[in-house]
Design a binder for this molecule. Structure first.
Ligand code: GLN
Length: 446
């Protein structure tokens, strides 16, 4: 598949025939990455996750409850893409309401990993990552609440970028956890990631958490020759598998050879990351998903009375969504609010402070994306095990920071290993420049 940068040089006719080829390719593919071939407008085709509104397209967030729902307006990212010569092309599969790490909780069935079809593509933006890695999409949008762009990108050997909270408008993104969600690009390489980030980032008065700090274009200022001070978190790495620890150590050497300075740091609050995230995220999710009651949103399944109608309608949620709605309502309920939710909000500040402390000495932090490579389909039975696999990504959302994951190596079975560079809030330029430098030195090939 051509890159996004190459696509910028193609004529309308060439892009139109590419779209025809893409549909054929996706139909022949066994990945189950696309759930629809909807298409809107002329220009370079960008695949869209099923939780981002494209006017007149179906949008279901991978859920049964939203079957048949048609988006009444465009998300701001979609308006931005259209105004910059991109077109919207195809719906990508995802975990139901973006809750998950494997895309197995989708109503449409699991997407497969192009590196091994018995493996998950990661999640929740698994369709986006598998399509880009599998050569059936040029580039895609995903959303990242606790790793859902970076982790599937890492499992599928492509580049995934989560912007600083507030940089990309959430208007028109189906909310999971509003204080953590960000839309971002999944692409074949770092340059393409910068191109797509530039296209979607904007201040938006329709999103009250949107930032109006000045926004400079990244791609035209990309500089892979900048030298950075990069922190590695020594006490953070031991929980990763051997192949990931090995790739991490080799990457550190490559970064040193490329002229970057490596400094060693520790983080003390990491043991609280998962509990903090799963309290904040489920509390916000329970609130956001309350609207799917068959009256305001969601396919209604009538009962004898209103309560039974609510119950029947909400029974359409899958198990993972139900689990989180219950957990979220529990941590918000009287008597538990202070013990869980309020405490989690305090710990969230500690986590952010710890990152800021490291950023007093470092420009970037290098970290694994996930503790393992992509697991086998059907192998993640215990939800707590799945939550643990988010250990390297969720703190970045809790702190609102930008991060980019890119492939650096493969394990002995040929599965991709990704690492991420985390930056200071609103310093997207440095994570892209650092990633470009890293991409050059690791020279990853599919
Ligand atoms: N795996 C995490 C979760 O299930 C992250 C998901 C996401 O970023 N949307 O919450």
């Amino acid at each position: 598949m051509i890159t996004l940068k190459e696509a910028l040089t193609k004529s309308k006719e060439e892009l139109d025939s590419l779209k025809v080829e893409m549909i054929e390719g996706a139909k022949e593919s066994s990945l189950n990455a696309y759930i629809d071939f909807a298409s809107s407008g002329d220009g370079i085709p960008i695949l869209i996750k099923d939780n981002i509104q494209v006017k007149d397209w179906s949008i279901t967030s991978g859920s049964e409850i939203l079957q048949g729902y048609i988006a009444p307006y465009n998300a701001t990212v979609v308006e931005n893409l259209k105004s910059k010569g991109f077109s919207l092309f195809g719906r990508a599969n995802m975990d139901e309401f973006a809750m998950g790490s494997t895309t197995e909780s989708s109503f449409y069935g699991v997407t497969k990993n192009p590196y091994g079809e018995d493996r998950v593509p990661g999640g929740s933006s698994g369709g986006s990552a598998a399509a880009v890695a599998g050569g059936i999409a040029i580039a895609a949008l995903g959303s990242d609440t606790g790793g859902s762009i970076r982790q599937p990108a890492s499992y599928c050997g492509c580049v995934g970028m989560k912007p600083t909270y507030g940089r990309v408008s959430r208007f028109g993104l189906a909310s999971y956890a509003s204080s953590l969600d960000q839309i971002g690009p999944i692409t074949q390489n770092v340059e393409d990631s910068a191109i797509l980030y530039d296209a979607i980032a904007s201040y938006d008065e329709k999103d009250s958490t949107s930032s109006d700090l000045p926004l400079k274009p990244i791609f035209e200022n990309l500089n892979g020759d900048r030298k950075f001070t990069i922190a590695v978190i020594d006490n953070y790495i031991s929980e990763a598998s051997e192949s990931i620890q090995d790739a991490y150590a080799k990457t550190i050497e490559l970064l040193k050879e490329a002229g970057h300075t490596i400094i060693h740091k520790n983080m003390t609050n990491t043991k609280y990351d998962i509990s903090t995230y799963y309290i904040v995220a489920t509390a916000e999710a329970a609130t956001n998903l309350a609207r799917y009651d068959g009256i305001r949103y969601g396919n209604r399944i009538e009962g004898k009375n209103l309560e039974e109608t609510f119950r029947n309608t909400r029974a359409q949620f899958g198990d993972e969504v139900k689990r989180r709605v219950m957990l979220g309502n529990f941590v918000l309920s009287a008597g538990y609010y202070e013990a869980y939710y309020l405490k989690a909000q305090k710990v969230r500040h500690l986590i952010r402070d710890e990152f800021n402390k490291i950023f007093e000495d470092a420009d970037l932090i290098l970290s694994p994306v996930a503790p393992t490579v992509a697991p086998k389909i059907g192998s993640t039975h215990d939800p707590l095990e799945m939550y643990k696999s988010d250990m390297y990504t969720i703190a970045i959302n809790l702190a609102g920071l930008p991060a980019i994951s890119l492939p650096v190596a493969k394990d002995s079975e040929g599965m991709p290993i990704g690492l991420q560079l985390i930056g200071k809030a609103f310093d997207e330029q440095s994570i892209f420049d650092g990633a470009l430098s890293l991409e050059k030195v690791v020279n990853y090939t599919k």
